[in-house]
Design a binder for this molecule. Structure first.
Ligand code: PGA
Length: 251
């Protein structure tokens, strides 16, 4: 079975309700249904319940940017995966590099959040990727290996087939410096081999691996043209309807 292609917009901490509503209204007009393609928007948390209305009757799916590892309790400021489920989120980003670097999220925590999402039937998009220093010192493969194996160490085996990964080199995020399709493919193959080593070839072949980091309307077709790249996680360019719909149209 062909792997699903996912094009997800990570809005980060951007857009007020009126802007989000207008953006989604334009996307609803411009985005066409295609077989095997999922289009997802991930607004900041307080916009999620509003966005559920905006995507009513649309091909666009809803995702969140982060969640707690627990379902309820005394965790001030956190968001329960159970609430995300009730609010209609099908997807949730986990371990985005901004969460790791700015809020101290560890690989173990990312793994526990991933399992919590899987328990709620939400597809986690697990973000991995190396810093510029790690790439320059040749440590990018081992960095990513650790990120992946620690996540798997926190999961029930039954959940293995429901994971999505996003390779996001930190040096490419918000910098306008995209990884070349060749650089992305090299890492995607490495990630798939690592998954194969841990979980076997059936899981490895079924797992969608997205690329993220300055993906835009100009480079999307080249990236999506690679059979190893199963979609895109788009930050800046997902905030403009024209750009995001062009990215989607290039699949
Ligand atoms: P960018 O962000 O497309 O603006 O580089 C991607 C991301 O951080 O998910």
């Amino acid at each position: 079975m062909a792997r699903k292609t996912i094009i997800a917009g990570n809005w980060k901490m951007n857009l007020l309700p009126a802007d989000g509503e207008e953006l989604v209204a334009e996307l609803n007009e411009q985005v066409e249904i295609k077989e095997n393609l999922e289009v997802v928007i991930c607004p900041q948390m307080a916009l999620v319940p509003l966005a559920l209305d905006w995507i009513y009757d649309s091909v666009i799916q809803l995702g969140a940017q982060n969640c707690a590892e627990k379902l309820s309790g005394a965790f001030t400021g956190e968001t329960s995966p159970e609430l995300l489920k009730v609010l209609g989120c099908r997807y949730c980003l986990v371990g985005h590099s901004e969460r790791r670097s700015l809020y101290g999220e560890t690989d173990e925590l990312v793994g526990r959040k991933t399992q919590a999402l899987l328990n709620m039937g939400i597809t986690p998009i697990v973000c991995v990727g190396e810093s510029l220093a790690q790439r320059e010192s040749g440590d990018h493969f081992t960095t990513i290996d650790t990120q992946i194996s620690v996540v798997f160490s926190q999961l029930d085996q039954t959940a293995w087939t429901r994971l999505v990964f996003a390779y996001e080199p930190i040096w490419a995020i918000g910098t306008g410096k995209t990884a070349t399709p060749g650089q992305a493919v090299e890492i995607h193959q490495h990630i798939r081999n690592k998954i194969k080593e841990i979980a076997g070839h059936v899981v490895a072949n079924a797992t969608s691996i997205l690329y993220g980091g300055s993906a835009n309307a100009a480079n999307a077709a080249d990236l999506l043209g690679e059979s190893e790249i199963d979609g895109l996680l788009v930050g800046g360019a997902s905030l403009k309807a024209k750009d995001f719909s062009q990215i989607i149209a290039s699949f």
